[in-house]
Design a protein around this ligand. Structure first.
Ligand code: URA
Length: 229
């Protein structure tokens, strides 16, 4: 894509960002229908461009009150063609300061989980249900989750992972639109818009309750078996 086309694309994207889903779906159909030999690289290029534009547009987001206290928006990061997408709750202090997801103690445990799967951060994608840090790390409020959710939906639509692994209660409640908590949902496959979703415990919970690591490992092994199928 030349620079002018990139700029045009960004402008179209920006004007549609609140209602991007149709545009994204059309884009996928166009790519999927094309018979070119380089379809895979075309899809990878499209993912890069769309995620780049999406991140750039959201970096100045003021749709909820959390924008006022943020240092950085934490968009999410990893492999744009990832098979596994982890979804956590929201940025804490370390994430707000750096702009990267899961970089504190919970992040170090998530890294170990990813390594135990035989993968690295470069293989997976990591996002959160909200992209800005709540004051004093309080739980995200309903209006904040609502304002941010469609952008996570769009990220998932672009990446199209083979499986989503939600970490903790707010992530699974948000994506499955359920009132049930992690205790009753963990380790069971559900469906998020045609993508298998497996909920497990949040790494912060595992740090506070090391005995639950055994259950979390069982969940992760289910994910690994699914990926091998
Ligand atoms: N906890 C989360 O849920 N997400 C992060 O990015 C960091 C800690």
């Amino acid at each position: 894509m030349n620079d002018q086309r990139k700029t045009d694309f960004m402008n179209i994207f920006a004007s549609h960002v609140d209602h991007l889903d149709d545009l994204l779906e059309q884009q996928w159909h166009l790519i999927e229908d094309c018979t070119e030999e380089n379809q895979d690289s075309l899809i990878a290029d499209s993912r890069d461009i769309m995620l780049h534009a999406h991140r750039a547009i959201l970096s100045s987001c003021r749709r909820c009150k959390l924008h006022a206290g943020r240092i950085n928006m934490v968009y999410g990061e990893g492999n744009h063609n990832a098979e596994v997408m982890f979804v956590g709750e929201g940025p804490g202090q370390n994430e707000d300061e750096t702009g990267h997801p899961f970089v504190g103690k919970a992040g170090q445990l998530l890294d170990k989980i990813i390594e135990a799967m035989g993968l690295s951060r470069r293989d997976v994608y990591i996002a959160n249900i909200i992209k800005c840090r709540p004051p004093n790390n309080r739980n995200p409020e309903h209006d904040e989750i609502l304002a941010c959710k469609k952008f996570l939906d769009q990220q998932i639509l672009i990446i199209e992972p083979k499986i989503i692994v939600t970490l903790g209660t707010p992530a699974v409640k948000t994506l499955l639109e359920t009132d049930r908590g992690i205790m009753s949902l963990r380790g069971q496959f559900s469906d998020y818009r045609g993508i298998p979703l497996l909920p497990t415990y949040h790494p912060s919970y595992l740090l506070r309750n090391p005995a639950a690591k055994k259950d979390a490992w069982e969940d992760i092994q289910k994910v690994m078996r699914f990926l091998k199928e």
